[in-house]
Design a protein around this ligand. Structure first.
Ligand code: 13P
Ligand code: SF4
Length: 303
């Protein structure tokens, strides 16, 4: 089947199944174009919480579909490829967080949503890259805080708030590949362009950025900023929504190697199979879902 035929088949099955399709901005262009909504992990969580659709086809990585399942009990959450995981989410296991908590019984635990449901279930509050600063700021200033799993996002939040955070040593392999010297080279190639970066990048790279935000934050910033030319330090899938939202502007990826292979496991063909077979289903055991819901809800109440 051609790409156009597959997209038509996805649309037909979506209607028949009363499904909604959510896609992260790092998905392939054709997957994003077949979705009802494209956004960052915060925006997609909010949509998952309020949709009336019976079936959510979540085109993203596993932790995002898990969050949708936790927020939408009773609905069926599908993911096109069950192997689309996030390596950063796998850098901390529930046992390790349990041990860290036990060593720091008085500390608050802030968990980035790029984590498993079982890790969220052991946390006080969750955050995404869009609201991490506000979430940490909501905790009493003198309270010791453990932040996991992303050491880069944690360091960024700590520097924004002038607070000390204890950081888990996790990171995103895709964002970690972007180096500060690439920013110097890109600025030399594109003088005058604005450098926008995702907070999963290394602190030394973020220090060179003009603007730091979540994926939706970057897309909105570039859309509303009067500048015409931008350098983007984020996963390269974001170039698609950037181009669609800001026609006529120029976007240069910091590097083409910032390509998340996990995000790209989903495809139009696998979307068709998922809607035909109603599989793979992403389900969270009820006891874990119930415990993980509290820190996610606390986050959504803040922003
Ligand atoms: P956002 O929260 O910006 O959607 O980012 C999620 C992610 O996995 C980035 O690598
Ligand atoms: Fe995980 Fe990084 Fe891929 Fe985002 S880009 S899903 S953090 S590996």
């Amino acid at each position: 089947m051609s790409g156009t035929d597959l997209a038509a088949r996805v649309a037909e099955l979506k209607r028949r199944r009363h499904a909604v399709i959510l896609a992260h901005s790092y998905q392939s262009p054709e997957v994003q174009d077949a979705a009802d909504y494209v956004g960052d992990s915060l925006g997609l969580s909010r949509l998952a919480a309020k949709t009336d659709a019976e079936i959510i086809l979540f085109c993203g990585v596993h932790f995002m579909a898990e969050t949708a399942a936790i927020l939408s009990p009773g609905k069926t959450v599908l993911i096109p490829d069950a192997n689309a995981g996030c390596p950063m989410a796998n850098m901390v296991a529930p046992r390790q967080l349990g041990e860290w908590r036990a060593k720091n019984p008085d500390a608050a635990v802030v968990t980035y949503v790029n984590s498993s449901a079982a890790v969220k279930a052991l946390s006080d509050i969750c955050c995404t890259s869009a609201n991490a600063v506000e979430v940490v700021a909501s905790l009493p200033a003198g309270r010791r805080t453990l932040f996991l799993p992303d050491r880069n996002l944690g360091a960024y939040v700590a520097s924004r708030l002038g607070r000390e955070l204890e950081l888990w040593d996790g990171f995103c392999p895709t964002h970690e590949r972007m180096l500060p010297e690439m920013a110097d080279a890109a600025r030399a190639r594109h003088p005058g362009a604005i450098l926008a970066a995702h907070p999963e990048c290394r602190p030394a790279l973020l220090a060179k950025a003009d603007f730091v935000a979540s994926t939706t934050g970057i897309v909105e910033f570039c859309r509303t900023n009067p500048a015409r030319e931008f350098i983007i330090a984020s996963e390269i899938g974001i170039l698609h929504p950037l181009g669609k939202n800001s026609p006529g502007k120029l976007f240069h990826p910091l590097t083409s190697v910032a390509d998340c292979p996990n995000m790209k496991l989903n495809s139009l063909e696998k979307m068709v199979w998922a809607l035909e077979d109603l599989a793979p289903v992403v389900a969270v055991p009820p006891d874990i879902a119930q415990k993980a819901l509290a820190p996610i809800t606390r986050m959504l109440e803040i922003r």
